[in-house]
Design a protein around this ligand. Structure first.
Ligand code: SF4
Length: 331
């Protein structure tokens, strides 16, 4: 069967966090006739607590590179750029073993200080073109005008691995979960994509016996859930972090989140640049103005230029709603 049909029949979704259907992306790039096409593989993996791409690079190097070659052939792309987290340079030799001269595959490592935003796809395109590290206005989308203005297919490492599995009829609708925090068996696990958080914790022998809460998706943008809400599926980049009530306090956890976003903001838009600065400033004051704090969070959610700024609201709001009933900001 034709590969594009197989991809569609398997209902393959991107694993970078947004879950866009792979078939639709391919169709758009293939339709863009008469222009050079590019494949960019996003392995920037900058969100704390997410380690699945590194796991695939380390354990499934050959499969990953086979997936890249299969896509290059299928969409007739001129070149592939493998954009990787700077820490993954330790796998450089291993990856290069599977790159032969008949394919134009370049590896680019994200700079150490490039931060979380470097993994946002339009920011990544800017970086690869030597431009300022900030998101682009969309549309146009990369499938129409991406790398150097050409139609560009951008996939996360896990998506490429899944495409490889689909191509050889081995795809079992699994996904990779990074489990971390206060657990007995931290690590990356490959389990069915339709498992609930509770089931994943049970199967990996990580269901805590103490009073705990969970952040799922990633340690920055992930939603916070209490232990009675674990029938949900894992969102975003597939990470699950366990926190004990005993070892966490509201203030420190919110401060960690705000600091992460403050340090990750690229500074392009006012709501995120000024908003994260003000939120950080407010947290440092002796008496917190929670009403103003939450208004600023709403502002970031609704008017940030890119998903980084808007994604700050979910962990903070879900923490306030779901986790600590004693934590009542003075509103
Ligand atoms: S929301 Fe604005 S300032 Fe924040 S990372 Fe995106 S573009 Fe940059």
């Amino acid at each position: 069967m034709d590969l594009l049909k197989k991809v569609k029949n398997n209902n393959l979704k991107g694993r970078g966090g947004a879950g866009f259907p792979v078939h639709d992306k391919w169709s758009l790039v293939i339709k863009a006739k008469g222009r050079e096409k590019y494949l960019i593989v996003n392995g920037a993996e900058g969100e704390p607590g997410v380690k699945k791409d590194e796991y695939i690079i380390k354990h499934y190097t050959e499969e990953l590179l086979s997936g890249i070659k299969i896509i290059l052939d299928y969409i007739k792309a001129k070149k592939c750029i493998l954009f990787l987290n700077h820490n993954y340079i330790k796998y450089d030799e291993k990856i290069k073993k599977y790159i032969d001269s008949s394919y134009n595959i370049e590896i680019v490592y994200k700079e150490k200080n490039a931060g979380y935003i470097a993994g946002e796809e339009s920011t990544m395109l800017n970086i690869l073109e030597g431009k300022r590290s900030e998101p682009r206005i969309r549309p146009p989308f990369p499938t129409e005008s991406g790398y150097k203005g050409s139609p560009t297919l951008i996939h996360n490492i896990e998506t490429i691995y899944n495409i490889y599995l689909v191509s050889c009829s081995q795809y079992k609708k699994n996904r990779f979960y990074t489990i971390n925090g206060e657990v007995k068996n931290p690590g990356v696990y490959n389990l069915p994509a339709n498992y609930s958080i509770a089931r994943i914790l049970e199967e990996t022998n990580n269901l805590p016996l103490f009073k705990f809460f969970v952040q799922h998706g990633g340690q920055a943008s992930g939603e916070m859930l209490n232990s009675s809400q674990l029938e949900k599926k894992v969102s975003g980049s597939g990470a699950i972090t366990i926190y004990s009530y005993k070892n966490n306090n509201d203030y420190e956890l919110i401060k960690r989140l705000i600091n992460f976003y403050f340090n990750s903001s690229c500074g392009k838009c006012t709501p995120c640049r000024e908003g994260t600065y003000r939120l950080k400033e407010m947290l440092s004051k002796e008496k917190m103005d929670w009403k103003h704090f939450l208004e600023l969070i709403d502002n970031l959610e609704n008017s940030s230029f890119c998903a980084l700024g808007s994604s700050l609201a979910l962990p903070i709001k879900s923490y306030i709603k779901n986790i600590n009933p004693k934590f009542k900001p003075e509103l």
